[in-house]
Design a protein around this ligand. Structure first.
Ligand code: HEM
Length: 429
């Protein structure tokens, strides 16, 4: 937690009064995020996001020629995710699309703000932060109250709670805007690349794609629109995780492979830790204030833990039946294998800092995947399956890899045969 608090407190836009109190109210804001990222509220948030995604998909007869899948998806999901937070009606990122670039340009340089590495800070990063801050100040000063008062408001409960708490604590509109920028960053920075890689792994493996197409049907119902020949496909957005185990397994295996960033901790008190026993025992003193970085990559890709070819995508890897069955039969060896896997798999971090947005992020990736596999063909421009792009490591504040900047990410998207006359709907609406 201290890192997030530092991250916000370091924002130039925060008033001295808010800077003083931010650390105190931060745990309540985190608690509120966790509380609202469950049940009906979570599904409503995901429906807002999915409804924002659907209009970008091609109509019947259109081949969408995309120059760069990463930029395309990134920009659309940035708008969808910010609409999920601030409501589709008044979302500044929807009203002013230039803010999407402002976010990603800011993201490209943000370590300076989190770690006080002034050497890597730059004026441009601060400028993009200020641009987004101005837009949010305008939103909170002019539309927010009417937006939450409207009877069909879709401003997320977690934002309403956080803003109410901050206002009660004496935050001015600039302070509220600054602290919401941290929520925006948390919501977008890993969610978007996770959704990207889930699509990339799926559409680069035709056998996997075929399996997912079959499984995805379980979470869609159809309604004829009169006798027009047009049908509505309604995505059961609140049931994908239950009805589509293969989509879930795809997401989990993707996360194992692409979550290769660092977890951050700071030592709060001088602490001794030991490893080994007897003469081999070694003890270390971790001094108060020391930063500790825990790399997820080696753990997520260890052959000792994941078995053969840990760099390869295997749909059943996390649900390795032999391990699961032996575990259920109480066999000790399997128990320890299953335990090691649990411990070694942490795409959302762990402990007190466990990501509070994990359920939203998973639902966003799953619903995007479901619509794409069911309704659309996505291929390289020459009609062959996508080639999985090589990785660039994530920034220091992020945990998920990015596609390499030189990767060929051109794709064509068109409606699948049999899905030409489909109108998409979302349930719950
Ligand atoms: C696939 C998408 C996501 C991934 C991979 C991800 C991953 C992580 C990781 C690894 C951490 C650090 C946990 C630790 O240190 O143990 C974290 C923290 C956090 N995440 Fe996420 N996250 C995602 C989506 C989201 C979303 C949608 C939100 C929206 C609210 C969010 C909000 C946060 C916040 C506020 C923290 C800081 C928690 C704290 O310090 O107490 N994340 N996330």
């Amino acid at each position: 937690m201290p890192f997030v608090v530092d991250f916000v407190k370091r924002m130039d836009e925060l008033s001295p009064a808010a800077r003083g109190i931010y650390g105190e109210i931060h745990p309540q804001v985190m608690q509120s995020i966790s509380t609202h990222m469950t049940g009906k509220q979570l599904k409503r948030m995901n429906s807002v996001q999915l409804k924002e995604f659907l209009p970008y998909l091609p109509e019947n007869g259109v081949v969408l020629e995309i120059e760069n899948l990463w930029f395309w998806l990134r920009d659309i999901l940035t708008v969808g995710t910010t609409s999920m937070l601030f409501g589709a009606r008044d979302n500044p990122w929807k009203k002013h699309p230039s803010l999407v670039n402002a976010y990603w340009n800011y993201e490209a340089g943000d370590p300076s703000r989190r770690f006080n590495l002034t050497a890597v800070g730059n004026r441009r990063t601060n400028m993009h932060h200020a641009t987004m801050h101005d837009a949010l100040v305008e939103y909170f000063a002019t539309c927010y109250d009417s937006s939450i008062a409207s009877k069909d408001s879709d401003v997320a409960e977690m934002i309403r709670d956080a803003v109410a708490l901050q206002r009660r604590s004496g935050f001015n509109v600039g302070d509220v805007a600054a602290s919401q920028l941290a929520i925006i960053h948390g919501s977008i920075v890993s969610t978007v690349p996770t959704a990207f890689w889930t699509l990339a792994y799926t559409f680069s493996q035709p056998e996997l794609l075929a399996k997912l197409r079959e499984n995805a049907l379980a979470a869609v119902t159809f309604k004829d629109i009169g006798d027009t020949g047009v049908r509505q496909a309604i995505v059961l957005n609140d049931q994908i995780d239950v009805l589509c185990p293969l989509l879930v397994a795809t997401l989990h295996e993707t996360q194992r492979l692409v979550s290769i960033g660092l977890l951050h901790r700071r030592v709060l008190e001088d602490t001794q830790v030991s490893e080994g026993i007897g003469e081999a025992k070694r003890t270390y003193l971790l001094k108060k204030g020391t930063a500790i970085f825990l790399a997820s990559g080696p753990s997520h890709r260890s052959d000792q833990i994941w078995g053969e070819a840990p760099d390869e995508f295997r749909l059943d890897r996390l649900q390795d039946n032999a391990v699961v069955q032996a575990y259920e039969n109480g066999q000790e060896k399997a128990k320890s294998a299953a335990r090691s896997r649990n411990k070694a798999y942490f795409p959302f971090g762990g402990g007190k800092e466990l990501c509070p947005g994990r359920n939203f992020a998973a639902s966003e990736a799953l619903s995007t995947l479901l619509v794409m596999v069911l309704g659309f063909d996505m291929s390289s421009p020459d009609g062959t399956p996508l080639k999985l792009p090589s990785f660039s490591p994530p920034k220091m504040t992020a945990s998920v890899a990015r596609p390499h900047k030189d990767a060929d990410l051109r794709v064509n998207i068109k409606r699948r045969v049999g899905w030409e006359n489909i109108i998409w709907g979302v349930s719950p609406d």
